[in-house]
Design a protein around this ligand. Sequence first.
Ligand SMILES: NC(=O)c1ccc[n+]([C@@H]2O[C@H](COP(=O)([O-])OP(=O)(O)OC[C@H]3O[C@@H](n4cnc5c(N)ncnc54)[C@H](O)[C@@H]3O)[C@@H](O)[C@H]2O)c1
Length: 208
Amino acid sequence: MTTWLITGGAGYIGAHVARAMAEAGERVVVFDDLSTGIPERLPREIPLVEGSTLDRAALDAAITEHGVTGIVHLAAKKQVPESVAQPLFYYRENLQGLEVLLGASAAAGVQHFVFSSSAAVYGMPDVDLVTEDTPCVPINPYGETKLAGEWLVRAVRRRRDDHLCVGGLAPPPRWSLTAGRSSAGAAARRGTGGRPWAGGAGAQSFNA
Ligand SMILES: NC(=O)c1ccc[n+]([C@@H]2O[C@H](COP(=O)([O-])OP(=O)(O)OC[C@H]3O[C@@H](n4cnc5c(N)ncnc54)[C@H](O)[C@@H]3O)[C@@H](O)[C@H]2O)c1
């Protein structure tokens, strides 16, 4: 049975992911620096490890202690104006944090990795319907860190045999959860050849 480390699991979306996966019978552990997360969003039975994705030692310890074999990576800074004002901070938190996490994941032989991207990767497309084939032209550092994160995940996947998925948040459905089931876990197990995965019927998207 896979044990999932959910980074950013005390966040707005992460708490829903953690709860849904736990209710579906998955073993889950939350890893969160609580910079915007709220521990009370989580049921008591879900373990919460406080730490930053920039902290390799903390990640290694959490992965080892809990026997983590899958990761859902939601931890990120997501405020567009703040990303414009503090691009270095956003690249460090979102891209370097992903790089450190992927390193810890590879070292521990973690089999499944799901990365939450964002519709911000599309920028302001001049089309009525945005699809997975719409060109990605982010217009702010936040969106850039998400697109660069997709590239990093894909590059790592080419070197490893893991099931790495890239997901985004709707609209359009670059990321989805199926209520009551761990579609994130299912997507990870299914694998997508490194291409963005869009949820199908029954999927539920979350928009701020
Ligand atoms: N909310 C949306 O509509 C939306 C849309 C597109 C993409 N996303 C993506 O979904 C993910 C979750 O978004 P959210 O709306 O739940 O945001 P949120 O701010 O509520 O949650 C992010 C969580 O990550 C934690 N975190 C931040 N940086 C961290 C770090 N370096 N190490 C450990 N924990 C850290 C925060 O404490 C918080 O609990 C993000 O990756 C975001 O980019 C969200």
